[in-house]
Design a protein. Structure first.
Ligand code: ATP
Length: 244
């Protein structure tokens, strides 16, 4: 469902220095899989997710969403994607429901479906009663919940999330885990970045570990972990590569 082939992204700077944020990254995620994307701060996770979502351009490689090339057919590819950024930019002067309706208009979600989906997800995340309020009056967690509802209302085939659990209370965090499991069981491919390894090891079928833009480790969560927990494995891999 999601294929990333030899992706590289270089950020340039005004003084001529450049930074290779993602270096020859190749991975794929089938429908029904949930892959955790983990790595230290600055490893290249957000850059990779933004490239997949078609928000930033990249220098080398190819990204296919259900077989559609994000560079060649960006609009068609984006119709199949939902992207939750690490710091969602919302229409602060609008009401929550207006933000959802805007997303539904963009993705062509019918009136009936948007009402049902909004109620379903917003109630579960505990934001339904607040949708009539101005977004500027929302707390950080409420904005995160609204952004998650916006990501779910149009039935994406590929769900990209950048640290989705940050800011959520324990109840909505639990609900989001359940929602992601349900989405994957309907064939959605889910790729999300996180620093919360305890959740990732329980929730995810697959894991990708990235360091300084390079993929260090990729595969099925159970096979990669063996009898270790994910935190232990992550620390070992980081140290191993530091020694080399
Ligand atoms: P974190 O866990 O802290 O969110 P990350 O793994 O998401 O980190 P990225 O945000 O992808 O990391 O950053 C990867 C590298 O690219 C870092 O060295 C960062 O400084 C650099 N970088 C990110 N955005 C830009 C930009 N717009 N211009 C220049 N360099 C950038």
């Amino acid at each position: 469902m999601l294929e990333i082939k030899s992706l590289s992204k270089i950020y340039g700077s005004k003084n001529g220095e450049s930074k290779k944020a993602v270096d020859n990254l190749t991975l794929s995620i089938d429908g029904g899989q949930i892959m955790a994307f983990i790595g230290h701060n600055g490893a290249g996770k957000t850059t990779t997710l933004k490239a997949i979502a078609g928000i930033i351009d990249f220098d080398e490689g190819q990204i296919l969403i259900d077989g559609i090339d994000i560079k060649k057919e960006p609009m068609k590819a984006k119709m199949e994607i939902a992207y939750l950024p690490d710091n969602p930019q919302l229409f602060e002067h609008s009401r929550g429901i207006e933000q959802i309706n805007f997303i539904c208009d963009v993705f062509g979600v019918s009136e009936k479906e948007r009402e049902a989906k909004t109620e379903f997800y917003a109630k579960r995340l505990g934001i339904y009663d607040d949708l009539g309020g101005k977004i500027s009056t929302y707390s950080h967690g409420m904005k995160q919940k609204l952004a998650i509802v916006c990501a779910l209302v149009h039935n994406p085939k590929v769900l990209l999330m950048d640290e989705p659990f940050v800011g959520l209370d324990p109840v909505s965090s639990h609900e989001l885990k359940e929602i992601l499991k349900e989405k994957s069981s309907t064939g959605v491919a889910i790729f999300y970045s996180t620093h919360v390894l305890e959740v990732a090891e329980k929730l995810c079928s697959h894991v990708a570990i990235i360091k300084k833009g390079k993929l260090l480790c990729l595969g099925k969560m159970d096979e990669i972990r063996g009898n270790k927990d994910l935190e232990q494995l992550f620390l070992e891999i980081e140290n191993e590569k530091n020694d080399n």
